[in-house]
Design a protein around this ligand. Structure first.
Ligand SMILES: *Cc1c(COP(=O)(O)O)cnc(C)c1O
Length: 417
């Protein structure tokens, strides 16, 4: 199907510059981690303004190595917002620690500072925030409430880890325009295919903590001494020492070459996302004022990365027919949310029939069987559940035309009558 028939949820923006950068690496004879990875790390660190950027094969690996490098392990707890993707909490589980899931702000879906503070205990070792969709979480308030909770528990303030998978490039106006992902002790970016810049699969751990960066550089490649990748170069040595049971998380030069070009295009890609968001906000404003849709908070200034454009079915879009428990995502929710969740499932179907790909961000973690096993139950984190029940994520990608946006707006108008 062509883009005239089907508007996909996402489509990566790849130009001749990416194509020739990858070909150049293929022709160089050096495919895995090497000079291009080093170049990508330097350019990324410079772009966001940190001392260390460690390139990895996923954003998941970046989160994992952040927790691992902070020494988090069995018996420890990490506070994690429930409104996020699998990786945010699974990476805590990898270390043997326990993720403690907390509720989110009902409007932004970002971690709620009070819920986070209430979840602190004497074994809290870190707090993770997710900048959902690319809108910055309230880092100041989160840190302040955690600090006072830690003080009354008699523990040190737990380090902040930012899951910035959605938040490149998000500049936080309250923090002098610094980049989301660079405020906490560690930040994790993702270059997964649907993210704002991509290497197909890839991620970046950023930090200003030298020890954490050194540890991540070793642990990404089997826990062997630092420049082990050089052992096959003319300047390298065959000798290495294994110091820890590390992982295989390194990025390839092929991916880094792609990343360098995408990074150079970051502002252009961001501007085109922001323009599509602007068109959606304008085009959907009537539906919003009629209560048929709830639009995403736009953030202040141009701070939103607009990785995701999440709308919610509003109370004005009345369920046309009965609750259908067999529709996806309905049965798992508390009774009171099943009507809106049924309606949402039907809207997703109607958009699909109109040739529009959508997604739903996110099924709160605590509703999944993995976390039910830890004792979480529907009804426990109500703001996240209410947001989830009504949410549909619309296509937003550089290269979408205003014609595409108009088609999405028209289809939503029909689907929310
Ligand atoms: C995509 C994503 C990740 C993980 O990134 P990968 O590169 O796919 O491993 C982590 N957290 C969130 C919120 C994400 O959306």
């Amino acid at each position: 199907m062509s883009l005239d028939d089907f508007i996909p949820f996402h489509r990566a923006s790849i130009t001749d510059a990416e194509r020739s950068a990858v070909l150049e690496v293929l022709d160089s004879g050096w495919l895995t981690m090497g000079p291009k990875v080093a170049e990508f790390e330097d350019a990324f660190a410079e772009f966001v303004g940190v001392s260390h950027a460690v390139a990895l094969n996923s954003g998941t690996a970046a989160l994992h190595l952040a927790f691992e490098g902070l020494g988090i392990g069995p018996g420890d707890e990490v506070i994690v917002p429930t409104y996020t993707f699998a990786a945010s909490a699974e990476t805590v589980v990898y270390t043997g620690a326990t993720p403690v899931l907390v509720d989110v702000d009902p409007a932004t879906c970002n971690i709620d500072p009070e819920s986070a503070a209430a979840a602190a205990s004497s074994t809290t070792r870190a707090i993770e925030v997710v900048h959902v969709g690319g809108l910055p979480a309230e880092l100041d308030r989160v840190s302040a409430s955690l600090e006072s909770a830690a003080l009354s528990l008699g523990i040190g303030p737990p380090p902040l880890v930012e899951d910035a998978a959605h938040a490149f490039p998000t500049r936080i106006s309250d923090l002098g325009g610094r980049f989301a992902g660079t405020i906490g002790r560690a930040g994790a970016y993702s270059f997964y295919a649907t993210k704002t810049i991509t290497t197909g699969e890839g991620g970046m751990l950023v930090t200003n903590d030298d020890t954490l960066a050194d540890r991540a550089r070793s642990m990404r490649l089997h826990g062997i001494s630092r420049d082990a990748w050089k052992r096959y170069t003319s300047s390298g040595s065959w000798y290495y020492e294994i110091t820890d049971p590390g992982f295989k998380d390194n990025l390839t030069d092929l991916a880094a070459a792609l990343g360098l070009v995408q990074l150079a295009r970051a502002d252009e890609l961001h501007m085109s996302r922001a323009e599509i968001a602007r068109q959606y906000l304008g085009g959907l404003s009537d539906l919003a004022s009629q209560g048929r849709l709830i639009l995403p908070p736009p953030g202040s200034g141009d701070e939103h990365s607009w990785h995701l454009f999440m709308v919610r079915i509003g109370p004005g879009a009345r369920p046309r027919d009965s609750v259908d428990e067999s529709l996806p995502g309905v049965g798992v929710l508390p009774e009171s949310l099943r009507a809106i969740a049924s309606r949402r499932a039907r809207v997703v179907e109607e958009l699909r029939s109109a040739g529009i790909g959508t997604s739903v961000h996110f099924i709160p973690l605590h509703l999944h069987p993995l976390y039910a096993r830890l004792g979480y139950r529907p009804g426990q984190l109500p703001a996240a559940e209410a947001a989830y029940a009504a949410t549909v994520t619309l296509p937003i990608w550089p290269g979408m035309t205003s014609g595409h946006v108009d088609r999405v707006v028209a289809a939503l108008a029909r689907a929310t009558q």
